[in-house]
Design a protein around this ligand. Structure first.
Ligand code: NAD
Length: 255
């Protein structure tokens, strides 16, 4: 139990990797703030799974694409839980389109959720820690596509590349406040975001060919890395990316 007496906010934790992270942090002893856009069945399922582990938990609905919602989310989380120690910027969306066809609306949606959200959530969270004189942890869920080009996902790759630089910058600016800032970069993880891929056996087989571990990742693979970065064991780790991809990234780099 490495996170006892800590309170963690995990954005986009109603399903997928975010849910896996919330459950793992709770298993390590943390109290949890679950977030999603809506108070729906999935969000309640995450809430119940965390509650079953015996920890304090609340759900706060907020669309993190809007800075005003990011500020409100942090404010309400502190009101309801008394404090925050760990912020996991996990919420993310992707849109598939050839660069020549990307609409402004899709570009905005991807950049706003994946980059603007983490930017202003991190700001609100760091201000809270500064004002209370405590250190903390920011962990961003980036992607191997912060590094690896992905044709037809130009907005997604731009957002994740931006997140990588945001992480490095904040690691330097926030170190004096005792706040570490790191990325996890998952490869292909079996979650609802990849439903289309899961339904196309040929494409899936092609992808597995390129993953040295010969399997898709699971949310718990990512959650374990987040739990490490959130713990005291990672106190001297900041500004870095922990890649969780079964070897996919370096395999592509070899080609
Ligand atoms: P998912 O679609 O299963 O879950 C995304 C979560 O984000 C959901 O809970 C959704 O409600 C929430 N969300 C989306 N827009 C939001 C918004 N505007 N405000 C608040 N919450 C919002 O996807 P996932 O696979 O679990 O992805 C989670 C993160 O991991 C994303 O940032 C994604 O880019 C990243 N990632 C996923 C993979 C993968 O293969 N699944 C790989 C690399 C990186």
């Amino acid at each position: 139990m490495k996170l006892q007496n800590k309170v963690a906010l995990v954005t986009g934790s109603s399903q997928g990797i975010g849910r896996g992270i919330a459950i793992r942090l709770a298993k390590e002893g943390a109290d949890l703030v679950i977030n999603g856009r809506h108070d729906d069945e999935q969000a309640r399922e995450t809430l119940e799974q965390v509650q079953a582990l015996g920890h304090r938990v609340c759900f706060i609905a907020a669309d993190v694409a809007e800075p005003a919602n990011c500020y409100r989310l942090v404010e309400q989380a502190v009101e309801q839980m008394g404090r925050l120690d760990i912020l996991v910027n996990n919420a993310g969306v992707q849109r598939h389109d050839a660069f020549l066809d990307v609409s402004e609306a899709d570009y905005n949606q991807v950049l706003n959720v994946n980059l603007r959200g983490p930017f202003f959530l991190s700001q609100a969270f760091a201000r809270h820690l500064r004002d209370t004189g405590r250190g903390g942890r920011i962990i961003n869920n980036s992607s191997v596509h912060e590094e690896l080009p992905f044709p037809n996902f130009s907005a997604y790759c731009s957002s994740k590349g931006g997140l990588k630089m945001l992480t490095r910058n904040l690691a330097i600016e926030l170190a004096p406040l005792g706040i570490t800032v790191n990325n996890v970069a998952p490869g292909a993880i079996e979650t609802p975001i990849n439903q289309t891929l899961m339904n196309e056996p040929e494409k899936l087989a092609g992808l597995l060919e390129n993953i040295p571990a010969k399997r898709l990742g699971q949310p718990h693979d990512v959650a374990g890395a987040v739990a490490f970065l959130a713990s005291d064991d990672a106190d001297y780790v900041t500004g870095t990316t922990l890649v969780i991809d079964g070897g996919l990234l370096w395999n592509y780099s070899e080609q």
